[in-house]
Design a protein around this ligand. Structure first.
Ligand code: 5RP
Length: 217
């Protein structure tokens, strides 16, 4: 089974968490694209979606699924999104697709975070995947210097501007032993919008695509 087939297995299995007559929080990425394909099969049974990126919004609208502004929604029962790495405590690194800030906002509103991944994303210790940090453009060099002080090796993701008009620093060489503390410390640097550690708000359920099909934990 290819990695994309495992992503597809996870994306379709997440349909089990979707309740009728609700608005569904939808993340970003290739695994979520499979989830959106699945969600389209029950588009007449849901009210619509809240999206974490322009790319997902476009795909949802193309299927005729209504996309609501988060400000007009009081409550979301679930948020379904992928991850770049996930550990055994359901802490994640996200932001490979540069959508981390909107993802973190929608995840904060949702009652349950359903993380959908293929089995290559499971790790014991986070940090092999470079940690994305969204930064206000004028603060890029300052934030990079501060990240070096915190033990990282930040690399400017050239040519990428987020949906919020900001830039991304990918921080290499981080062995993230205490994700909660690191999430807080990096977010405290002036000029950081947010970082891709999802530890304070981790996943509630994980759907893992494997060669044997989708496993839930
Ligand atoms: C985007 C994300 C994605 O969820 C993450 O990068 C995983 O992507 P994919 O499903 O394509 O492997 O955080 O900002």
């Amino acid at each position: 089974m290819t990695q994309d087939e495992m992503k597809k297995a996870a994306g379709w299995a997440a349909l089990d968490y979707v309740q009728k007559d609700t608005i569904v929080g939808v993340g970003t990425g290739s695994t979520v694209n499979h989830f959106i394909d699945a969600l389209a099969t029950m588009k007449n049974q849901i009210i619509g979606a809240v999206s974490s990126s322009e790319a997902s919004t476009e795909k949802l609208l193309a299927y005729g699924i209504e996309v609501f502004d988060l400000n007009s929604v009081d409550q979301l029962s679930i948020y379904v999104d992928g991850a770049d790495e996930i550990n055994g405590q359901n802490h994640m690194i996200k932001g490979g697709g540069a959508a981390l800030t909107r993802e973190k906002i929608v995840a904060a509103v949702a009652e349950k975070f359903i993380c959908i991944v293929d089995n290559t994303k499971q790790v014991d210790v986070l940090g092999e995947f470079p940690l994305p940090v969204e930064v206000i453009p004028m603060a890029r060099s300052y934030v990079a210097r501060e990240l070096v002080k915190q033990g990282g090796d930040p690399v400017y993701r050239e040519g990428v501007v987020t949906d919020n008009g900001n830039v991304i620093l990918d921080v290499h060489s981080m062995k993230i032993i205490n994700p909660l503390e690191m999430e807080r410390d990096i977010n405290a640097i002036a000029g950081v919008v947010t970082n891709g550690l999802f530890a304070a708000r981790g996943a509630d359920h994980v759907v893992i695509g494997t060669p044997e099909g989708a496993l839930k934990r």
